[in-house]
Design a protein around this ligand. Structure first.
Ligand SMILES: Cc1cc2nc3c(=O)[nH]c(=O)nc-3n(C[C@H](O)[C@H](O)[C@H](O)COP(=O)(O)OP(=O)(O)OC[C@H]3O[C@@H](n4cnc5c(N)ncnc54)[C@H](O)[C@@H]3O)c2cc1C
Length: 389
C-alpha cells in the first residue's frame, strides 16, 4: 500500500511550517499536522533576531508577515539589577518583533501556498518505524504513513518521547508572561532586564502595548499563582517596575517550562527532529526561532536528498545531525558563558557598565546572540580579556 505522503511533518510552529514549505515547493507530497487550530498563541518573547529575519527572507516568508504587527528593532537595551544599562545596535540589520499568534499563522499559510496539505486539530501521540514506511498515530487513533517523518512538535515533543529521546533541562527555569498596555517605550530597541537568577524580555508593539515575559527558577513558583510570581519578580527589577507602574494586563498569563539547554539525538531511521523537538537553548538570548528555521532548512535539504535516493537509513540522515551540531555547539557554549555572567550580583552591573562604554564589544556580543556573527568571536580569549580585565 502506498504511504499517505512522502513526508509527514508533525508540528506547525516556525520549524515545521518552514520545512513543509520548502519541501512542498519542490513538488514533494507533504502532510503537516498540528494538534492546535491556528491562529494559536505560544509563550514567547515575540523576538525574531536578525539571523532569524535573514532566514525568513531566504524562505520567502518575510513578506507574508502583517506589517502593522511586525516591528523592526535596531538593537537591544540590557539592564542590570542595579539599574545600570547598556544599549547597542545589531551589527548587521534589524531584528523584528512579531506576536507569535501572527508569525506562526503567517508561516503556516506560506506552507499551504507552497502546496503542503495541513490538518489542524490533529495531535500525534505515537510513532512506529517500519522497514518500508514510518507511521504516526493521531489522537483519534488513526494511523498515517509516510516515507519520512519530520518531528517539529516543540520542546515537549511527543515524537522524541515515543523514540525514548525526550530530555528535560534538569534545573530549567519556568516562564510567565502577558501583554500589557500603558508601558512607555523609551528606546527603539528590545529590552532585557536581568535580576537575581531571573530575566525578563520586553517587546514594545507601539501605543504602549508590550509583551513582558519572564523566566524564573522553580523555587519562585512556590509563592502562588502567575500573578503573585510575576509581581514578586517584578519587585526585583527596579527599572521595569517603574515603567510598569501604570501598566494594565491585557491578556491571560502564558506560562511554560522547564526551559533551558536540552540536547537530543536528532535522527533515527526515517525520522528527523527539528526546532525545539531536537533540543534548545535557554531563551535568554532569543535564538530559538533562528534555530527552528535553520534546522528546518537543513532538514528539508537532507530530506530531499534522501527521497531522491530512496534511502532513509539513520546513516544517511545523520548528515543532518552533524550539520546541525556544527551550528549549535558554539552557540550553546556562548549561551552558557553569558548565563554565568548575567546573574552575578557584583560582576553583572560592572560588565553592563563596561559594555555601555565599549560600543564595539557590545555590538560583537549582539552580533553573536543575534546569530549574524560566529560565537567564536565572544568565546575568544582576546574578547574575554577586553570584557573582563
Ligand atoms: C517563554 C519563552 C520565550 C521565548 N522567547 C523567544 C524569543 O523571544 N525569541 C526566540 O527566538 N525564541 C524564543 N523562545 C524559543 C522559541 O519559542 C522556540 O525556540 C520556537 O518556538 C521553536 O519553534 P518550533 O517550531 O520548534 O516549536 P513550537 O513553536 O513550539 O511549535 C511546535 C508546534 O507543535 C505542535 N504540537 C506539539 N505537540 C504536538 C503533538 N503531539 N501533535 C501535533 N502537534 C503538536 C504545537 O501545537 C506547536 O504548534 C522562547 C521560548 C519560551 C518558552
Amino acid at each position: 500500500m502506498s504511504p499517505d505522503a512522502d513526508v509527514i511533518v508533525v508540528g506547525a510552529g516556525p520549524a515545521g511550517s518552514s520545512a513543509a514549505a520548502v519541501l512542498a515547493s519542490r513538488g514533494i507530497r507533504v502532510l503537516l499536522l498540528d494538534r492546535a487550530k491556528f491562529p494559536r498563541d505560544k509563550p514567547c518573547g515575540d523576538y525574531c533576531n536578525p539571523g532569524a529575519v535573514r532566514l525568513l527572507r531566504h524562505l520567502g516568508s518575510i513578506s507574508t508577515l502583517p506589517t502593522a504587527e511586525a516591528i523592526p528593532i535596531s538593537g537591544l537595551s540590557v539592564y542590570a539589577q542595579d539599574g545600570s544599562r547598556f544599549a547597542a545596535a545589531f551589527p548587521a540589520g534589524p531584528g523584528l518583533l512579531v506576536p507569535r499568534l501572527r508569525l506562526d499563522a503567517a508561516l503556516l499559510a506560506h506552507a499551504v501556498r507552497a502546496g503542503a496539505v495541513v490538518h489542524e486539530g490533529m495531535g500525534v501521540d505515537a510513532v512506529h518505524i517500519r522497514a518500508e514506511a514510518v507511521e504516526v498515530r493521531t489522537a483519534s487513533n488513526r494511523w498515517l504513513s509516510a516515507r519520512l517523518l519530520i518531528a517539529a512538535d516543540g520542546a515537549h515533543s511527543a515524537i522524541a518521547r515515543s523514540l525514548g529521546r525526550l530530555t528535560v533541562p534538569a534545573r530549567g527555569r519556568y516562564t510567565v508572561g502577558a501583554y500589557f498596555s500603558g508601558l512607555p517605550r523609551t528606546t527603539p530597541e528590545g529590552e532585557l532586564h536581568l535580576g537575581p537568577d531571573l530575566y525578563c524580555g520586553v517587546a514594545h508593539f507601539g501605543g504602549g502595548v508590550a509583551n513582558v515575559c519572564m523566566a524564573l527558577p522553580r523555587e519562585r513558583w512556590r509563592r502562588g499563582g502567575p500573578q503573585q510570581v510575576f509581581d514578586a519578580a517584578l519587585g526585583t527589577l527596579p527599572v521595569l517596575a517603574d515603567a510598569m507602574a501604570n501598566a494594565r494586563r491585557e491578556s491571560a498569563f502564558r506560562c511554560s517550562g522547564p526551559v533551558g539547554f536540552a540536547a537530543r539525538d536528532a535522527v533515527a531511521a526515517r525520522v528527523l527532529l527539528i526546532g525545539d523537538a531536537a533540543g534548545h537553548l535557554e531563551p535568554i538570548t532569543g535564538q530559538g526561532i533562528f534555530l527552528a528555521l535553520y534546522s528546518a532548512i537543513l532538514a528539508a535539504d537532507v530530506a530531499s536528498d534522501a527521497l531522491g535516493a530512496n534511502d532513509f537509513s539513520q546513516r544517511r540522515l545523520s548528515v543532518y545531525a552533524r550539520r546541525r551540531a556544527r551550528e549549535i555547539v558554539g552557540k550553546a557554549l556562548a549561551s552558557r558563558l553569558l548565563q554565568r555572567l548575567a546573574f552575578h550580583r557584583q560582576l553583572t552591573p560592572l560588565l553592563v557598565r563596561r559594555l555601555n562604554r565599549r560600543a564595539q564589544l557590545a555590538s560583537e556580543l549582539l552580533g553573536v546572540t543575534g546569530d549574524v556573527l560566529p560565537p567564536t568571536g565572544i568565546l575568544s580569549p582576546a574578547y574575554l580579556a577586553r570584557l573582563l580585565l
